[in-house]
Every structure is written in C-alpha cells, then in structure tokens.
Design a protein around this ligand. Structure first.
Ligand SMILES: [Fe+2]
Length: 200
C-alpha cells in the first residue's frame, strides 16, 4: 500500500479567530504524527504473520487494535481542520434537518457546546442513518471510543486539551464558544449535500 500523505492546512494560519498560529501549528504537528503512525501500522500489517492472531497478545492483533487510533486520529483531524475558517452560513437544507432533529438551530448549538464540555475528546455532528436524524456524538478516548456505526460526519470539533491549551490554558469554555463561531459552513453544507439524506 502506498504511503498516505498528510494534507496541508497552513492556509488556516491567521484565519481562525481565537486560534493562534502557534496553537494551530502545534496541532498540525500532532496530526502529522497520527499520519506517520498510520503509515507505520499499515506497513507492518503488510508483512506481519497473521496465523497466530490472539486476544491477549500478538503482533498482528495489537496492530489491528491500534489501527483505529491512528486512522481516526488522522481523519478526524482532517475533518476538523477542513471545517474551520469562518466561511458561509448553514444551508437551508441542513438547517431544516437540524431543526427537525433538535427543534431549532440554537438547540443544536447548545447541545454541541454541552457535548464539548462533557469530556475530553471529539464532538461530531453526524447524520445518523440508523434513525435518519442529525445528532451530536461524543467520541472520547483513543479517537474511537464512543463512535457510533452507520453515521456520516458533518462537523468535527476537537476538544482534546492539545487543541486549545496553548491559547486558553484551562479556560475550555472560551475555546468552545470561539471554535463554534469559527466553523466553515461551506464545508459542512457540502458534506450534507454530498450524502443527500431523505427530506423530512
Ligand atoms: Fe487534536
């Protein structure tokens, strides 16, 4: 398998109110680390002996157990960086879907902020194909604990400490308020249009 290349998000530097260049650069470096580990895991999976896979310990088994950490660490960061940058506003179609699911756009925002405040980890606004509605999902440790099946991610917000400690220290509520005002709605609308769920 060819190596996966990290994407360049330097265009965000200086463009996200409330996130300094130092904060964003440190975060880009961490993302690059997940990409490196994902490539390392995939390379080793290409040659490792699969005949003795085992729950307690085995090299193949351990690589498979760690693969989602590096995979989600890579692609959740890409979703997050791609939906930052103060662009556009929620589209009429997505607004309608959010209102059908949460009662109002404001209720969705209140729930998203509560989700971000609830634990370290990710808050993902998703389209849930099991229940045909928009939901907020809290993904906690290791980038995959709490991840539901059969959902499409519309918006990803990172609430791990490394996402805000340089700029905010322990003032997480300030980060939460700022980051939810810094979304790139054009990107989020495009994801929703791409999955094109049935209208309610
Ligand atoms: Fe992060």
């Amino acid at each position: 398998m060819s190596k996966y290349e990290a994407k360049d998000f330097n265009h965000l530097l200086g463009k996200v109110n409330g996130l300094s260049e130092a904060q964003l650069k440190a975060h880009f470096g961490l993302y690059q680390g997940y990409v490196n580990k994902l490539n390392e895991i995939w390379e080793k999976l290409g040659t490792v002996d699969k005949s003795k896979a085992n729950y307690s310990f085995n090299e193949y088994s351990e690589l498979k157990r760690r693969e989602p950490v590096a995979y989600n660490g890579t692609f959740l960061h890409e979703l997050y960086f791609s939906n930052l940058g103060h662009e556009g506003a929620v589209s009429p179609d997505l607004k309608k879907a959010i209102e059908a699911s949460f009662g109002s756009f404001d209720n969705w925002m209140i729930d998203a902020k509560a989700c971000l405040a609830s634990a370290h980890g990710w808050t993902l606004t998703v389209y849930d194909w099991n229940l045909n509605r928009v939901s907020n999902m809290l993904v906690q440790s290791e980038h995959h604990v709490g991840l539901w099946p059969n959902v499409s991610v519309l918006c990803a917000v990172d609430a791990w400490e490394h996402a805000y400690m340089i700029d905010y220290g322990t003032k997480k509520p300030d980060y939460v308020n700022n980051v939810m005002n810094a979304l790139n709605w054009n990107a989020i609308n495009e994801r929703f249009a791409h999955i094109n769920p049935p209208k309610k």
